[in-house]
Design a protein around this ligand. Sequence first.
Ligand code: HEM
Ligand code: HEM
Ligand SMILES: [Fe+2]
Length: 448
Amino acid sequence: MKYQSQQVAKLYFLGALLIFSLQIVFGLAGATLYIAPTSIPVDLLPFSVIRMIHTNALIVWLLMGFFGCTYFLLPEETENELYSPFLAKLQFWVFLIAAVVAVGGYLTGHYDGRSYLEQPMFIKVGIVIVALMFLFNCTMTALRGRKTVITNILLMGLWGIAIFFLFAFYLPANVVIDKMFWWWVVHLWVEGVWELVMAAILAFLLIKLTGIDREIVEKWLYVIIGMALFTGILGTGHHYYWIGTPGYWQWIGSIFGGLEPLPFFLIVLFSFTMVRKGGRDHPNRAALLWSLGCSVMAFLGAGVWGFMHTLSWVNYYTHGTQLTAAHGHLAFYGAYAMINLAMFTYAMPLLLGRPPYSQSLNIWSFWILTSGVIVMTLALTGAGIMQTYLERGLGEEYMDVQQQITAFYWVRLGGGVMVTLGLVLYLFALLVPGRAPATSRLGLSSMS
Ligand code: HEM
Ligand code: HEM
Ligand SMILES: [Fe+2]
């Protein structure tokens, strides 16, 4: 590790892993309720609150991870220390406390009804303050130092995240307009600006892990983010089919939504080409596995599972079924959980001043976690296809259909148990010092 201020990233990575664990606990509780609806008394903890904590925790830990990734890579990219490590630490604690207060509020019935944006108003204001602290710190660091394409794209993505969050404050009375702008946060995040963040972090990792020339990476990055924005912005239309917006959105959403897999496909080509051309044999093989796995799983989850229901005449039947949940899980995991886990795997040994031991344990955790999410996705896909057929095709009642597809929910819970096991192994591999075998002979300097 070259710069002292990179150390603040450690705080963010640990916080993210803690909240990831919380997310999984609530996921397991939700999946259990699907099978045994009375196992958790509804007046103690209703399903809606469990779901809310599960999805909010997801967003919080992914953002916390992105903040940490940025604080880790910015000094190396800009070749100078962070503008203010103190502000970065303060920002972490404000964010963590806001998250804890929000969850406490959810548990005691304080939330607003809009999915992902349930935080009470003062928490939303807190989030904006956190974002401003972060953007100020990073922008000042970038302005002072070397300018690279990776930093520019990363900062563009991070500014975009903050700007689109402002639509969370716009609460029109008209429910159609309300839904329209809700997607400006939710869709334009994950299918717009978050993609820039993901591409920038992946590019940084590939340069470090394969030794590939920066110039080659930059050319790819431009094409990828150009394609992501070209398809993703108008792709918002794939959420405007049935909310009361004009009919032309059926065409816009189908065409641009249909093109949205392209940037994800380019990311797969990009990462494998870089590994082929790069050729450096980095001792942290697990980090490379996570990076490549991320590009492939993001393509499957976002590209393939997204394409399945993006055309309006398919979405007419599948809208809001378990197919959506299948896609939501694989896409979020593949693109944004895995890019974070890749960076943690790369950076944690450096931050802790250890060689990257526990490689095989980490690689096991990769396969178990990823397989667990795949099992969950396939189970939900099966449930979604049955649901679409029985409910939308044959016109059976919602609850009657749910009764007939419980077998899929058992498999989903099984996948959830695998995910939990994978996460425990991952935490062990990353945090518990192990005996260092052959890798200990490599000096730390050769790994950064
Ligand atoms: C990593 C990127 C992506 C993530 C994290 C993601 C996540 C999600 C989530 C969580 C939902 C459910 C939203 C809700 O109703 O509450 C959703 C819906 C949807 N996604 Fe994605 N998505 C991604 C990329 C894509 C792509 C590339 C496509 C198209 C190819 C796509 C197509 C759709 C469609 C059509 C829906 C609406 C489903 C319905 O009508 O029920 N998504 N996505
Ligand atoms: C132990 C593992 C997990 C279990 C058992 C689990 C279970 C659940 C359950 C029961 C729901 C509510 C579904 C509904 O409303 O019908 C849900 C929603 C969701 N989960 Fe998970 N989950 C797990 C892990 C994850 C992971 C690793 C991610 C992403 C990285 C994730 C992302 C989501 C998202 C985005 C939604 C909202 C989906 C939508 O709107 O369609 N979950 N999960
Ligand atoms: Fe979307």
